[in-house]
Design a protein around this ligand. Sequence first.
Ligand code: NAP
Length: 325
Amino acid sequence: MKAVVCEEYGPLKSLAYKDVADPVAQGNAVVIRAKAIGVNYPDGLLVQGLYQMKPPTPFVPGMEVAGIVDSVGPDVTGLAPGDRVAALMQMGSYSELVSSPAAAVFPLPEKMDFADACALLCAYGTSHHALKQRANLQPGETVAVLGAAGSTGIGAIQIAKAMGARVIAVASTAEKQEVARDSGADECIGYDNLKDDLKKLTNGKGVDVLFDPVGGDAFDSACRAMARGGRLLVIGFASGRIPQLPVNLTLVKEFSVVGVFWGAFTAREPGQYASNMKELIGWYMDGRVKPHIEGCYPLSEAPAVLERVLGRGATGKLVLVPEGE
Ligand SMILES: NC(=O)c1ccc[n+]([C@@H]2O[C@H](COP(=O)([O-])OP(=O)(O)OC[C@H]3O[C@@H](n4cnc5c(N)ncnc54)[C@H](OP(=O)(O)O)[C@@H]3O)[C@@H](O)[C@H]2O)c1
C-alpha cells in the first residue's frame, strides 16, 4: 500500500510518498481502509521535529482516519469488516490502510460524511473540551475566538453557539471573516485594534472566554480585554511565538489562564472523551455543528497541503484521500 513517510525530520517537502507493507490485524487491532484522512496543524510540526513529541524515524504521521473496517484481529469484538468507522491515533493515519487499537475506533452513523468525521475529532474535539470542561462556558457569555476561520476556530464558533454563547470571531482577512460569519459568529473583526474592538463590542466589560490557538501579538492584545472572572484558553501558537503574560493583568481582572491539551484529555479521561464525542455527534446529526471542509486532496499531495495549513493559507478542515477512494 501507499503511505506518506517521514524518513527523517526536515522540511515538509522531504516527506516521501512510497510503498510500505500492508498492516496485519493482530490481537485487538482493527485495520481500516481510509476514505478520509484529517490534516492537522500539529502533523506539520511533528514531521519537522518541532512538536512536543519526537518519535523515532521513519514513521507515518497523521492522527485521524475515517473509513471502512477491512479486517479485525482475533481479540476484537463488536466491530466487523464493512463497518463505517473513525479512529484517533498519535500517528500513522497518512496511509491507505491504517491499523488502530479497537478501543480507539468508534462507529459512524450511516449519514455521517467521512471528511466531517475527521473534523469532529481533533479540531471540534479540542474546541468542545476547551469550552465545556476547561472554560465551563455558560449560556449568555461572550466568547472571542482567535484564528476563527481555522479548523479549531470554526469548531469553537459552532460549539460556543450550540452552548448558548455570543461569539466574536477574529480573523486576518475579509474572506476568512466571511467564513467565520457563515459558521455562525455574531460579530467578525480583524486583529488591528483587537483590544479596543473587543472592549467596544462588550460595552467595556471585556470577553468572558478567550479561545486562543494563535498566541503572539494577538494574545498580547486580547489578554488586555478580558472580563472580570474570565477564562483565557491557551490552545496553541500558530503565530509561531509563545507569548509572555504580565500576571498583574490576572490580578486586576481576576481572570484565569487555562491550559488545554486535548490529546492528554482523550488518554487520561476516556469516559469523558467518549461522552463528549457522543454529544458532538448528536449536535452534528441535528445540524447544530457542520464542519467547513475546504478541500479533499490526494494523499500524495500531503506536503503541499501541510504547507498550506502551516502557511496561514487554509480555512476550516483539509482532508487527504487515497487514490481511487
Ligand atoms: N491544545 C490542543 O489540544 C490543541 C489541539 C489542536 C490544535 N492545537 C494547536 O492549535 C493551533 C491551531 O490549530 P488549528 O487546527 O486551528 O490550525 P489552522 O486550521 O491552521 O488555524 C490556525 C489559524 O491561526 C491563524 N494564524 C495566525 N498566525 C499564523 C501563522 N503565522 N501561521 C499559521 N496560522 C496563523 C490563522 O488565522 P488568521 O490568518 O485569521 O490569523 C489560522 O487560520 C496549532 O498551534 C495547533 O498545534 C492545539
